[in-house]
Design a binder for this molecule. Structure first.
Ligand code: SF4
Length: 226
């Protein structure tokens, strides 16, 4: 597939011009967000990337954030957990309560990711979020559409590479020398928080101690965390 097709570029241009306030959401833990940064940087010199610093990210992810900021010209909005909620959870349950139950894991994801992300969208009046989600990444993502209007409150969700295959993504990365998370070289296809990620295909390495649970943190579900 190579560089994103002209149709995708036209679509992204339209998204950037149609919405007053649009951001690209990037975890810096998967190559998909990086190729979108690479693509959008070719059509806009003034775009915003948002990312969530949960406080538990691997150092490889922080390194990639700085590499990307040096190479591309974007404004970075870093979203942090709500301090009071985090302090209360850690005081009550300890540093690594997420290993003890699915309920605790979801509570941690909620406090460190979902609630601050939804607050960020609301407080900044964001009207559209561009993501690198793909249908192939997991069964839960199989029904992703190009444009979704019911995933965030009063905010469209745009998934320009929703139907790309993994080989399309990696071909783009290789052809255009896009920087990606160094943990991919160690077999991590998806990199999230350090204690909750390990090598694996797709999202299998995420929350690896849970057997049959959804490999999602709740960020992509309607109204979650509010
Ligand atoms: S991925 Fe793990 S450490 Fe990160 S927010 Fe979720 S449960 Fe907490």
């Amino acid at each position: 597939m190579g560089r994103t097709s002209w149709l995708e570029q036209i679509f992204l241009r339209q998204v950037l011009s149609k919405y007053d306030s649009v951001v690209l959401s990037c975890s810096f833990g998967a190559p998909e967000g990086m190729i979108l940064i690479d693509t959008i940087s070719q059509i806009s010199k003034n775009f915003t990337v948002c990312t969530i610093d949960t406080g538990r990210l691997p150092s490889a992810t922080y390194r990639l954030i700085d590499i990307a900021r040096n190479r591309y010209n974007f404004k970075l909005d870093t979203i942090y957990p709500k301090y009071d909620l985090l302090k209360e959870m850690v005081a009550k349950k300890g540093m690594n309560s997420f290993y003890e139950s699915v309920e605790n894991r979801k509570e941690c994801c909620n406090i460190r990711k979902v609630i601050p992300f939804n607050d960020y969208l609301r407080e900044n009046k964001i009207k559209a979020v561009i993501t690198g989600l793909r249908k192939e990444q997991s069964p839960e993502r199989n029904d992703i559409k190009l444009v979704e209007l019911n995933k965030y409150i009063e905010c469209a969700k745009i998934n320009p590479i929703y139907d790309w295959l993994r080989e399309d993504v990696m071909e783009y990365v290789k052809l255009h020398d896009v920087p990606i998370n160094s943990l991919h070289q160690l077999g991590y296809e998806s990199v999230g928080c350090d204690p909750c990620s390990r090598p694996g295909t797709g999202r299998n390495g995420r929350w690896w101690w849970e057997n049959n649970e959804s490999k999602e943190c709740g960020l992509h579900e309607y109204g979650s965390g509010i």
